[in-house]
Write a protein of this length. Structure first.
Length: 415
């Protein structure tokens, strides 16, 4: 340690990466020591991504946070319901309130323990555990926990489609449609959780994951539609399976590109882009799904047809958001030079000059989808018989968003 200084940096060569470790000396300031205690007690996105060094208290607090968020979204969606079940609202509200109380207790405990840690350090002449001050290294892959959750979602979704094909009961098809945007985004996120894993075992699992999500579900939907005489819908389901195969192939290319990002760039990509943005988008999709559930509760029925418009609007909006989030993830999976080349310049947008041909096409498709989304947002919560206009407008927006997404991913791969 340099004379009069407080820190020294050791550079440790590990797997050809230089990872800085900060060691706190005996004379570290009280403010810095308290900051290190707080850092150890609080969850960071890096800890969440790798699911390591998470205490029981932190795990419970995280669970309470998720429960509070889900309860809040559900209650918010129920505000527009004409008729509600007071028992359901009371139970959900109490669960959310209890979870919020648990979060408050956890935060108070964290503050008190941090204060106690500062006092203990002061009494021991500045000695603290060096483990508390280690700089967290870059995240190279996310935990198997997130991969497992995604696989569980896709398996449940595919089973609903298979049940629909076997029983021809509409409730299975309806529940699958409520899930598909969230399940689809979770699959996209799972594809990027471990970009450096290219061993045979993991790649086989990835292919099996895709087969379970895309192929089994679409074959189940097609089989059920053929049995019901819905020939067009059945062939469209088979066509979607082909589109998913193309998207999966492009995704594998982008996954390989993400694996070549520099250590800190890969860490930011996994933590900030995949986990944070993906989870935030799922929260919005959950709200759209609960809008449909709110309509069903208000009607006290699943099959009277009064919620068809709300259900289709929610499904379409969630689908658009899934594609947009996928494009956001894909655009960050490439090197910064490619990101700059693919970026839209404000001057080109305002003057409509200097745009590349694919940017013009993509911009047109996105504009159509944006206009369609405004219309579908106005339909949310509207009860009534199925309206063919809503179906047509939603389909136009879906096709436009799909083409915009494919153009973007193809150009990212080619660049």
């Amino acid at each position: 340690r340099e004379r009069g200084g407080m820190f020294q940096r050791l550079l440790v060569l590990y797997d050809d990466l230089i990872v800085p470790h900060t060691l706190v000396g005996h004379e570290a300031s009280p403010g810095k020591r308290q900051e290190e205690w707080r850092k150890d007690l609080n969850l960071s996105i890096e800890k969440i991504a790798i699911m390591k060094d998470i205490s029981l208290r932190q795990g419970v607090a995280g669970f309470f946070t998720v429960v509070t968020g889900v309860c809040g979204i559900f209650l918010f969606s129920m505000m527009s319901a004409e008729r509600v079940d007071e028992t359901t609202l009371t139970v959900v509200g109490l669960i959310g309130l209890g979870a919020s109380f648990g979060i408050a207790i956890s935060e108070a405990y964290s503050s008190l323990k941090a204060q106690r840690g500062r006092i203990d350090v002061s009494e021991s002449n500045g000695q603290i555990d060096e483990r508390l001050s280690e700089v967290e290294g870059p995240v190279e892959e996310c935990s198997w926990f997130f991969v497992g959750v995604s696989f569980l979602f896709t398996s449940a979704f595919s089973m609903l489609k298979v049940c629909y094909a076997v029983t021809l009961e509409d409730q299975y098809w309806l529940m699958a449609d409520l899930m598909i945007p969230i399940v689809g985004l979770s699959f996209v996120m799972a594809g990027f959780y471990k970009p450096k894993r290219i061993d045979v075992g993991y790649m086989r699992f990835l292919y099996f994951h895709f087969f379970t999500y895309a192929i089994v579900s679409e074959l189940g939907a097609a089989a059920g539609d053929f049995r019901l005489g819905l020939t067009f819908k059945a062939w469209f389901a088979l066509f979607r399976a082909i589109i998913w195969c193309l998207a999966f192939w492009l995704g594998l290319k982008l996954r390989a590109s993400a694996a070549k990002l520099p250590p800190q760039g890969l860490s930011d990509f996994l933590c900030q882009t995949v986990l944070v943005k993906g989870t935030a988008a799922m929260g919005t999709m959950l709200f759209f799904s609960f809008e449909t559930v709110s309509c069903f509760i208000s009607q006290d029925s699943l099959d009277n047809g009064q919620c068809s418009n709300t259900s289709y609007a929610a499904f379409s909006l969630s689908g658009y958001l899934t594609i947009l989030t996928t494009l956001s993830i894909a655009s960050k999976a490439v090197p910064e030079s490619v990101q700059r080349e693919m970026a839209w310049e404000l001057a080109s947008i305002t003057s409509l000059k200097g745009l590349k041909w694919w940017q013009q096409m993509q911009g047109g498709f996105v504009t159509i989808t944006a206009i369609v989304s405004l219309y579908l947002l106005s339909v949310l919560g509207v009860e009534g018989n199925e309206n063919s206009t809503v179906l047509a407008v939603g389909a136009i927006g879906g096709v436009s968003m799909l083409f915009a997404g494919l153009i973007n991913m193809i150009m990212l791969v080619r660049t």
